[in-house]
Design a binder for this molecule. Structure first.
Ligand SMILES: [Fe+2]
Length: 305
């Protein structure tokens, strides 16, 4: 059983339910629409008059990548992006003193097998916690243009409490930051970056697809097994996602259950407090870090996203 809540604004209750595998959909609000509008402006400027949703049909794969690859770091590092997230979190009921977020990503998913690797990477079923995300991580996902079921994201809620054999124990987040990300823009046809994957058949059905309107948000636990649906909608999908953690939950070890995640390292050093953009105290991060040689060293370099 999975419950889907709509427009629940009490963050304490919401987090507790998210850690139990429930899903949330939040309706568009001025603060969420402002973030989407900002992303649209950047995307539309990059495509210089072409419709970003259908430009893939007029451009070679190389031309498309040349437009989209620089757009992503530009969005991450744009000073307005973080400010809009801060405003949005406060508006959506999060305590800005206790809530830490990581920089939002702008993702593209082309339609009809146009671009399968690198900047358009299609994620196989995974939990973010296989990729060194803390079990208390919450994921916020927003479409930038209208989506349909054919260009959405799918959840496989039966696995929230059921482990899947997977390769997360061979994944080291610090190693990935050193080598993996810089390669992404170069990978066009196939993606050779090593990713934790399910190592046994996963029953993808029944699955849950949530289709919010533009400006709406899908909110879920980072321990939730999810997939990007292969896009067959006929339009490139653009989405924004970012993650949050709540400091008191980290301190009290309140989180989703760990059914099968065993990666090395932690992404916790990436998170910035919603008030002043300071990082979590290193002593707290160390409680979640299982890689000794990197303890105390800030390995994350946002310029390499
Ligand atoms: Fe994910």
């Amino acid at each position: 059983m999975v419950a889907v809540y709509f427009d629940s604004m009490d963050d304490d209750t919401r987090r507790r339910d998210l850690y139990q595998g429930e899903l949330f959909v939040l309706s568009p609000r001025p603060t969420t629409l402002a973030l989407v509008e900002h992303a649209r402006e950047m995307i539309e400027e990059a495509f210089a008059g072409k419709d970003p949703r259908t430009a893939q049909y007029e451009l070679s794969v190389e031309e498309f990548v040349a437009i989209v690859a620089p757009l992503k770091p530009a969005f991450i590092h744009h000073p307005r992006t973080k400010a809009l997230i801060q405003a949005m979190l406060a508006d959506l009921g999060c305590d800005p003193e206790a809530t830490y977020f990581d920089v939002p990503r702008l993702r593209t998913m082309t339609s009809d097998d146009y671009l399968k690797a690198g900047v358009g990477y299609q994620f196989h079923p995974h939990r973010d916690t296989w990729f060194s995300a803390p079990l208390a991580q919450l994921n916020w996902w927003m479409p930038v243009y209208e989506i349909t079921s054919e260009s959405s994201m799918a959840f496989h809620p039966r696995y929230f409490n059921e482990g899947v054999k997977n390769g997360s124990s061979e994944y080291n987040y610090y190693e990935w930051n050193r080598t993996g990300r810089v390669e992404a823009a170069k990978q066009i046809k196939t993606d050779t970056r090593k990713q934790p994957k399910a190592e046994e058949p996963v029953e993808l059905d029944p699955q849950v697809r949530l289709i919010p309107p533009v400006g709406g948000v899908v909110l879920f636990s980072g321990a939730q097994l999810h997939t990007t649906v292969p896009n067959s909608s006929g339009a490139t999908r653009y989405s924004i996602d970012f993650r949050t953690v709540h400091r008191a939950d980290l301190e009290r070890r309140i989180a989703a259950p760990n059914v099968d995640s065993a990666p090395q390292g932690t992404t916790l050093r990436d998170f910035l407090r919603a008030t002043d953009l300071t990082r979590l105290p290193e002593e707290l991060v160390l409680e979640y870090d299982n890689v000794e040689e990197h303890s105390g060293v800030l390995v994350y370099d946002p310029a390499r996203q």
